[in-house]
Structures are given as structure tokens and as C-alpha cells.
Design a protein around this ligand. Structure first.
Ligand code: AGP
Length: 609
């Protein structure tokens, strides 16, 4: 996730206005920033790594001439946060500049093709292919307009993009195009703007045009023209009046970042399906060679590791040890060695306990692999290989979208390893890959259909003194994650354990009306989970079950239930099953009068550069 913004003004300089607008988009990314403007047929550019204020102090982002410009605030997906990787990116002659939010999946092959045609690449980004493709299109047909050259270029792209392009050859316009990344246009009498999100231009205008996938937009002072990329057909569209306050706009109309981020999960899961094969393969190779594998993390990331240990075991027959990072040194510090592999998982890439474990393991010559949402973080710097999960900044302290994305990445790793080891038949591989691809849609259905029910359940149980969360098998970490969400934002004491343990102590707490949440996929544990539900019911517990659609058996036993679509393979089940629990925690926090985004005593780790 990055933020893009640009404008064409009737009067005045674009740069100071872009600077202010990019600040309003900083919540979409903040590891580098850049702007390009056009003035008297010349392209001017400034960019650097760092937050906007830091870069501005050194480079003065307001000091670029011209009333037309494009800008970018970055959350790295390909290429570390360095000046050379910051946007805008330009063609060989420095005439065409591009900003981009999204992921170009086929950039490596396009880059090779363009290099063979003599193009000179400077960055390690996926974006840089775009200005070169546009340059190439105009080289092959010198009369091609910028708009048509952009159409030719984007037709070659696979992946997601919202792009904006300026060219010294046509200095009065900006061309934008969109596929699966947000893009909105703002208009008033004196200017036209484009942006990733409405807050960027909301103080300037409340008239907005939404751009759809597969559309290309020409912005000029004459107006806005939207066409279909496929056949250049003009699409008429009327502007909408936006009545959001600036605060609502930043949250895109959601009352809290946490709810917005729960809703962003389908998009984030889609991003995880665009990982570079090469890195997944490399990491799977390291895992394959390891004598022992530790999955090390804290909090929610630890729960992801714990669930992943079931995936590695069930799919690739690889035993792995999930370890809470704060315990790693005490537990394994003396035995970890050159044959050990540590897969450290951290949204921020900066969590002290996780980094301490990694340091200890590095000193003992172990191999470090990293999975993080923050490219450029310490974890990426100390890892032999790392994967960026590409979820974009998570502003709510409670991790939601980053958890499901971590699970998606690790399920892909487990699948790749299973393939390497020949442990899963081709039919099963194909089936699982297909189901993995469907997960964004599945999660979309869950948030849309279960939000209301989650609200009702939260309202009903909001005064509970304690709540149990139980699961079996791979659903045990899901239960723990549901409990962590509830405790940290709703301040409800909650206890989680493997359902099989209930008879060994915890059940003594249960009395009539005691709420017990069960995570119940229809996997091999289903029958035993029913047994555990019966035990709880016999003691008068109120059962809240997360079930698959059509699971009449558990539906009939439960006092309340939340449903996920049926037919989810066991190894992928934590991804959809956690979503209703996130929603219940969110609404319980709100019902109890708390702000779920900023739980007391907790803060989000941030990447320190
Ligand atoms: C959970 O909602 C928390 N945000 C917390 O448990 C978090 O997962 C933990 O602190 C680890 O953070 P990391 O993934 O950035 O390392």
C-alpha cells in the first residue's frame, strides 16, 4: 500500500500542495517520498527515503517549479526503502515520470525484455518497468499520444496498479490508470487532482469521481476524460459530493482503523498471492535443508507461527517448533546451532524480543529467515532471505489484516515445501492452490455477512466476567488469537486452551451462563469438538460457535453461532475462522465504551530507520 497524489492547477505551484496532500496520505505508507513536476517542457524530480517531514527538511519538497505534478508516499513492496527505489520513476531520458501503488507481478520478465532492447534500469522496484514500457511504445510509434502509450504499457502488466504518468512531451496533462488499486479524482473550478484516497484532496474539494478497474483517465484543465483500457470507449461519469469529515475520510468512512483493516483483509490476501515465486521457493529450500526449524514471534505473529506449524507438518511433513520470542533464548539459546533455521515472523520487523532471539541465533551461526510487513526493518536486514507480506501499514494496534496475511504466506511456503518433498499429490496441490486463491472472496463474504451477527453477539455477552476460547488441532491457535483480540481491546478477561485440555482443570470455572467460544471447522477434530461442546453444555455454559455453513449438528447445540462458507480445507481454516472473532472483539470493545484502535498500555512497534 502506497499513497499517490497529483494535480494540475490553473494558478500557482503544484509542489507545496502535493507536499501537504501527501502528508494526508502518510497513513498509507511512510518509508520514502517523491514528487515530479513539469515546467516549460522540462521534468523536475525530488525523492528520497524517509518520512515526509524528514525528507522535506533536507530536500525542501516545496521547491519544484510548475503547476502540474505527481507525488508518492511509499510502503516498500519491491526494493528496500532507498532513494533510488523511491517514486516517481522515470524512463531512460528522464522525460516520463510515473508513480504507482500496487504490485506488478510480471515485472522481472518485462525488465529483462526491456533491458534486451537497451533500456537502462536504476531501481530494484517493480514500478520502473512502466515508464520504460511507455517510452518503448512511443519509440516504436513516435506519433503515439501519451494516453495511447500508457494503454499499450498497462496492457502488458499483470498485477495491481493505480498509476499516474506525466511526460515532458505533453506537459499539460496527467494520465492515470487503475487495476485493483484505489484511485479517485477530485475536481473544482481551479484544479484537477488524483489520489489513492479522498482525504488527500478533501480540504481542496468535495467533488470526487471514482475510477473503476480497467479504466484510464486523462486529466487536464479542460476536464477529466475516462475511457476503458480495453477498447478506448469513453465512460460518462458524474462527480459525487463527499460529505465526510477529514477524520472520517482517513478511515474511509469506517468509525475505527481496526474495522477498516478487518475489511481490508481480502485485498491484503490478494497481495499475498502476488509474492515473487523466487523468494517463496528460496525460503522453502532453506526450510527443506534445515535440521530443525524454529518459528519465532510475539503475540499475534506467534499465533500465526503456531498455526503454520500445523501447516508445515500436515502438508510438508516438516516438524517445526513455534516459540514465543521472549522465551527463545532461555529455551533454545544453548542448543540452537549452525544446522538450525529460524523463521522469525514480525509485522513490524522491529519487535525487541523477536530481534533478540534472531541475534542469539545469528551468533550461533543459525540461518535466519524473515517474514515481515516492513521492508527495510531490522528483521529484513538481518535475514538471509525475507518475504514482505505486503499488507500496507496497520494503524489499529490490534493486528488483524497482518495476521491473516502472515498465515497466507506461510501456507504458500508449506505448499511449496510439500511440492519439493513430493508429499502431496498433484491433485491435492491443485485443489489447495485453488482454495487459497478463493480465500480473499471467502473472507469478503464473511465480513459482509457476519458483521451484524458479531454485533449482536458482542452486545449479548458484553458484560461477561470471563470468556473461554476453545479449539482443537489447527484451530487451537485461532482460539488463542480470538482471545487475545478480545482481551487487548475490550479488556474482558479471557482464557484460551486446546479443547482437549478442558477436562484437566479449566472446566471447573464453568457455571450456568458462562460463555464458551468454540472454533469448529469441519475437519477431523469435528466429532471430538462436539464432545467438548456437550461437556460444556452439561455444566450450563452458553456456547458461541464459529462453524461452517450447513453444520446443522453444531448449529443445533450452540446458543449463538457465526458462519464461514463451507468447503475450506483444514490447513487454510485459521484464515477465515479468525475473522468472525475479530469482529466480535471489535464490537465488544465499542460496546464497552473503549477505542479499539488505541488499547491502553499498548503501542504498535514501528519501523525505526
Ligand atoms: C496483537 O494484536 C498485537 N498487536 C501484538 O500481539 C503483536 O502481534 C506483537 O506485539 C508482535 O508484533 P510484531 O508482529 O510487529 O512483531
Amino acid at each position: 500500500m502506497c499513497g499517490i497524489f497529483g494535480c494540475i492547477l490553473k494558478d500557482g505551484d503544484a509542489a507545496p500542495l502535493m507536499h501537504a496532500a501527501l502528508k494526508r496520505l502518510e497513513y498509507r505508507g511512510y518509508d520514502s517520498v517523491g514528487e515530479a513536476t513539469l515546467n516549460n517542457g522540462q521534468l523536475y524530480l525530488k525523492k528520497d527515503r524517509g518520512k515526509i517531514d524528514e525528507v522535506h527538511k533536507v530536500r525542501n519538497l516545496d521547491d519544484l517549479p510548475g503547476s502540474i505534478g505527481i507525488g508518492h508516499t511509499r510502503w516498500a513492496t519491491h526494493g528496500a526503502p532507498l532513494e533510488v527505489n523511491a517514486h516517481p520513476h522515470v524512463d531512460c531520458r528522464g522525460q516520463i515520470a510515473v508513480v504507482h501503488n500496487g504490485i506488478i507481478e510480471n515485472y522481472a520478465e518485462l525488465e529483462l525484455e526491456l533491458q534486451n532492447r537497451g533500456h537502462n534500469f536504476k531501481s530494484k522496484t517493480d514500478t520502473e518497468v512502466i515508464p520504460h514500457l511507455i517510452e518503448e511504445a512511443q519509440k516504436n510509434n513516435s506519433s503515439l499520444s501519451l494516453r495511447d502509450a500508457v494503454i499499450e504499457a498497462v496492457k502488458r502488466l499483470q498485477g495491481s496498479y493505480a498509476i499516474a504518468v506525466i511526460s515532458a512531451r505533453e506537459p499539460d496533462k496527467i494520465i492515470c490508470a487503475r487495476n485493483e488499486s484505489p484511485l479517485v479524482i477530485g475536481i473544482n473550478q481551479n484544479a484537477v487532482y488524483f489520489a489513492s484516497d479522498i482525504p488527500a484532496f478533501l480540504p481542496l474539494t468535495n467533488k470526487a469521481l471514482m475510477v473503476d478497474d480497467g479504466e484510464i483517465v486523462t486529466l487536464s484543465l479542460e476536464g477529466v476524460e475516462i475511457r476503458k483500457i480495453a477498447d478506448s470507449r469513453i465512460v460518462p461519469r458524474e462527480p459525487k459530493i463527499i460529505d465526510w469529515t477529514p477524520e472520517m475520510a482517513v478511515k474511509q468512512g469506517y468509525p475505527h482503523f481496526m474495522l477498516k483493516e478487518i475489511y481490508e483483509q481480502p485485498e491484503c490476501l490478494r497481495n499475498t498471492l502476488r509474492l515473487q515465486e523466487h523468494y517463496v521457493d528460496l525460503m522453502a529450500t532453506f526450510l527443506d535443508r534445515a535440521r530443525e526449524v524454529y518459528l519465532v514471534a510475539c503475540g499475534t505473529s506467534y499465533h500465526a507461527c503456531w498455526a503454520a506449524s500445523y501447516m508445515f507438518s500436515k502438508l510438508a511433513f516438516l516438524p517445526t517448533y513455534p516459540v514465543i520470542a521472549s522465551e527463545f533464548i532461555e529455551q533454545h539459546g544453548k542448543s540452537v546451532n549452525i544446522d538450525s533455521t529460524i523463521l522469525a515472523v514480525s509485522q513490524s520487523g522491529e519487535t525487541a524480543d523477536t530481534l533478540a532471539s534472531v541475534n542469539c541465533a545469528r551468533q550461533r551461526a543459525a540461518t535466519i529467515l524473515g517474514l515481515t510487513n516492513a521492508i527495510g526493518s531490522t528483521l529484513t536486514r538481518v535475514s538471509r532471505v525475507y518475504i514482505g507480506q505486503q499488507s500496507g501499514p496497520e494503524i489499529g494496534v490490534a493486528a488483524t489484516k497482518t495476521f491473516t496475511s502472515q498465515l497466507s504466506v506461510m501456507s504458500q511456503l508449506a505448499l511449496r515445501l510439500a511440492k519439493k518433498r513430493g508429499k502431496v499429490s498433484q491433485d491435492e496441490m491443485d485443489y489447495l492452490a485453488e482454495r487459497l486463491k478463493k480465500l480473499p472472496e471467502t473472507v469478503e463474504t464473511i465480513v459482509q455477512t457476519q458483521e451484524e451477527k458479531a454485533k449482536q453477539i458482542a452486545e449479548k455477552y458484553k458484560d461477561a466476567k470471563t470468556i473461554f476460547f476453545l479449539g482443537r488441532g489447527i484451530s487451537t491457535p485461532t482460539a488463542y488469537e480470538g482471545r487475545l483480540k478480545l482481551m487487548e481491546i475490550a479488556y474482558v478477561p479471557a482464557i484460551a486452551f486446546a479443547a482437549g485440555e478442558s477436562k484437566h482443570g479449566p472446566i471447573s470455572l464453568v457455571e450456568p451462563g458462562f460463555p464458551v467460544v468454540f472454533v469448529c471447522p469441519r475437519d477431523e477434530t469435528h466429532k471430538t469438538v462436539i464432545g467438548n461442546i456437550m461437556e460444556m453444555k452439561a455444566r450450563g455454559a452458553s456456547i458461541i460457535a464459529v462453524i461452517e455453513e450447513g453444520d446443522e449438528e453444531i448449529k443445533n447445540l450452540a446458543d449463538d453461532y457465526l458462519e464461514v462458507p463451507s468447503g475450506i480445507p483444514e490447513v487454510l481454516s485459521p484464515i477465515p475462522f479468525v475473522v468472525p472473532l475479530q469482529l466480535v472483539a471489535y464490537y465488544m470493545s465499542v460496546d464497552r465504551g473503549h477505542n479499539p484502535d488505541t488499547p491502553r498500555n499498548l503501542a504498535k512497534s514501528v519501523t525505526v530507520k
